[in-house]
Design a protein. Sequence first.
Length: 323
Amino acid sequence: MSSARRPLRIYWAVVFLCLALLAWWGVYFFRQGDLLIERATAAGAPLDATQSRAIRDATRDTMVMFAVEGAAVALALVGGMVIVLKALKREAELGERQRAFLSGVTHELRSPIASAKLCVESLLLGRVPEEKGERYLNHAKEDLERLDRLVEEMLHSSRVANKSMEVHPEPLDLAAFVADLQQELKTEGSMNGALIEFDVPAEEVAVMADPVAVERILRNLLSNAVKYGGEPCRVDVTVRRDAGDGVLEVRDYGPGLGATDPRKLFQPFVRGSGDVVKKRPGVGLGLYVVAELARALGGRVDAEDGIEGGGTRMRVALPGREV
């Protein structure tokens, strides 16, 4: 028996012992009137009908009081059991996600390190023809940039988890802000083989938000869509107003999430379960950061899968403001 399970088994034993005692006391109180009458008769002091009825009435009142109090105690025990079971389930799920995270992050770190190391060693040992030297250096640079992005993502998610992240909301035109970024983001997407289309209104979409946080939200959503959007990859970015909020949507046309519940995507270390997801690098922190940034800004996030035309839509709603 593991040391972690021993206290849990002791807890279950105590719970079942308490329930057994409550059941036994219930049986005893239920029969208490008859037992008192039988003992009085056995002691040579038989009771008449009036006395017997009075004893049964008194024990019935005691039984009612015990039933109410015992039921309250039993409900408290059962409620405690349910809470413990839910906590254990969450702990098991978190442990599984953490193991997947460790496996993923180990691979994510090892691959670019090994690739950059090979390029640098080849250059140092003079194994690379002069005309290929620049290409090897570019490969090493790309690997280091990949490492830098991963470390930055992990550091940012750590700040999010420790509630040390700060946001500074200010009046922002969400439409103009995204429009200013669209050419840069289109170029970055094309370098990764993705076609990114923007649908941004000409009129102002006024929100209260931190520009740095909004840009990170958008880049994380785009990175996620490009990574899992299939081939050829197409991504739509939409900005609109909905019920007073500013809404940012990023939709891909990939195979979707598989069996993964869309509501769980914004938890740490959670990824989709499709074949495309398994083939792509990732540790399941990008959407978690998106969700925490949106909440810090007073907004909300949700995901929609199985939509017409295929793919997944990520939606971030930010609190609007009066113009």
